[in-house]
Design a protein around this ligand. Sequence first.
Ligand code: NAI
Ligand code: MG
Length: 332
Amino acid sequence: MYNVTLIPGDGIGPEVTDAVKEVIAAAGVEIDWEEVNAGTNVMEEYGTPLPEEVLESIKKNKVALKGPITTPVGSGFRSVNVAIRQKLDLYVNLRPAKILAGAPTKFEGLDVVIFRENTEGLYAGIEHNVGDDAAESIKITTRKASERIVRAAFEYAQENDREQVTAVHKANILKLSDGLFKEVAEEVAEDYPNIEFNNKIVDNMCMQLVQYPEDYDVLVLPNLYGDIVSDLCAGLIGGLGLTPGANLNDELAVFEAVHGSAPDIAGENKANPIAILLSSCLMLDHLGEETAAQNIESAIEEVLQEAEVLTGDLGGNASTDEITNEIISKLD
Ligand code: NAI
Ligand code: MG
């Protein structure tokens, strides 16, 4: 029995997190979910989209599964998601992007793991107007944050038999900030002589991922590039409905899909639960339940390959409940 914090979130969050509870129970893993909530849905009751009890619960249980959260207008928060990452110092945003068997995509061979720096860069939130007709946003790059994210990428590569780490930047233009990131990456790489290391400029990286996806393995990027490149990879593997993620530090782990609250389809039983299910597989791996994680991932691949029960984003017309039951029916 594991104690895990569950944050259903906004929009399609409750629908897709319900699917996770059902699938994990059907896979035979017992989880005692401690449900707390954040987002626009709790604004009225708590006067804030991020009640303290949410952070306390994550700190206590050390593991959380989080649905997407709509960024509430006028709450003083730029983004509740960014606030959770920054307040808990979840410095790694892990976003694996692998083309699953049967996934609806014309691309082949992509199996990368993205390590996005999660605490600084252009997401530090330091912005101001300069008079009426200009604005400035400040990009923060520190040696400490750069070093720990690059090290996390190399440690992951070592533990998971990955052969290559690519540091992605724009150091040719941002000579100081991205220059520091690149320099730190080169230094850390020296500690891992068995892992091939290379550098790519972010715009070239985007083109390379589309043209030669099979050439890349583990990618490590500053915050903004990581955000953008992970959506690019989501497109390559078949869409946001298939892309899992996790926010990690050395102690805490918050698992969530890459997608948002999808207000256009919320409450209609149309959302694809696969992205958050794959996030829950990362969570099961983290808990040491690798067999259950593999069982769920294989069931998802079988459903994709059969292509009979698929949600709208995957080209079908099944409901969230129908695809969830179909996945459950394929579990060993
Ligand atoms: P979105 O990811 O919510 O939606 C983009 C498009 O993808 C929409 O057409 C949506 O219907 C579709 N989509 C997303 N997830 C899907 C799923 N599981 N199944 C089927 N279709 C899916 O991005 P958008 O519209 O830019 O953001 C909506 C809200 O979500 C915003 O308030 C944003 O701030 C928030 N957001 C939250 C995130 C988080 O909690 N980590 C991440 C991204 C956005
Ligand atoms: Mg994003």
